[in-house]
Write a protein that binds this ligand. Sequence first.
Ligand SMILES: NC(=O)c1ccc[n+]([C@@H]2O[C@H](COP(=O)([O-])OP(=O)(O)OC[C@H]3O[C@@H](n4cnc5c(N)ncnc54)[C@H](OP(=O)(O)O)[C@@H]3O)[C@@H](O)[C@H]2O)c1
Length: 249
Amino acid sequence: MDNALIIGASGDIGIRMTQLLLEKGIHVIASVRDHNLNKSEYLNTLKSDYKSQLILVSMDISAQESVEKAFSFISGHTNKLNLIINCTGLLHNNKGLQPEKRLEDINTDNLVQSFTVNSIGPLLIARYALPLLRHNDRSVLSNISARIGSISDNRAGGWYAYRAAKAAQNMITKTLAIELNRRSPNTICVGLHPGTVNTKLSKPFQRNLKLGQLTTAKQSVNYLYKVITKLEKKDSGKIFAWDGSEISP
Ligand SMILES: NC(=O)c1ccc[n+]([C@@H]2O[C@H](COP(=O)([O-])OP(=O)(O)OC[C@H]3O[C@@H](n4cnc5c(N)ncnc54)[C@H](OP(=O)(O)O)[C@@H]3O)[C@@H](O)[C@H]2O)c1
């Protein structure tokens, strides 16, 4: 694995994954939104430790022109990516988006925000990444998904926007796998569930977790990296948990 792209490197899982790949000697292009570029102390430290092994780029996956511009910048640096991990995700924000407990909490704006980042963003990434994944070596296009996007595993209900947007993401992963099988046969496209991880995204919802259920981002990315290295062509289109088990749609 020579070149990797981490999208959402300002997130807790994204930054730890960036660090892990750098430690493994992989060249990493890491994307963050404009407001985070050069502002994350952690990323700045990695940049000064790894110099030209780490390239930072701005990308907002909710805006098609930003994704296009970022990939045009990336193509200026390399014509080949072996690994893409989309570590972005949206569950709550300070613009009114919170997981819904009941129908009265539903509003269009929140649903649109969630689908824009969790479902449409991954598809835009694939659209612009294709030329860089299409080469003679194995390549992996992965989105950090969530077990909550599994329809068959839905026992608790609620969280309509996030649940449905991750389920849509999983459908996009499967559909991409079918197209990539034709157009980029060495590419494996998967979704990855990181476990229940101590991050900004999960912070407000950690109260009722069982002892030992919460993992660190560092542990999670180590597990996910092992899963990624073992992926085979027959795995394309599937969703895997951090322990390598397949998650049913
Ligand atoms: N933590 C868990 O327990 C858990 C469980 C299951 C699945 N996941 C999934 O794991 C992934 C990583 O999340 P995390 O837990 O590491 O949370 P996090 O720390 O909140 O990271 C989320 C990242 O998404 C980025 N992002 C949001 N909207 C974006 C946009 N429009 N364009 C570009 N980047 C955007 C954020 O960037 P900004 O810093 O600019 O906002 C941030 O870097 C997500 O897909 C999440 O759904 C997490």
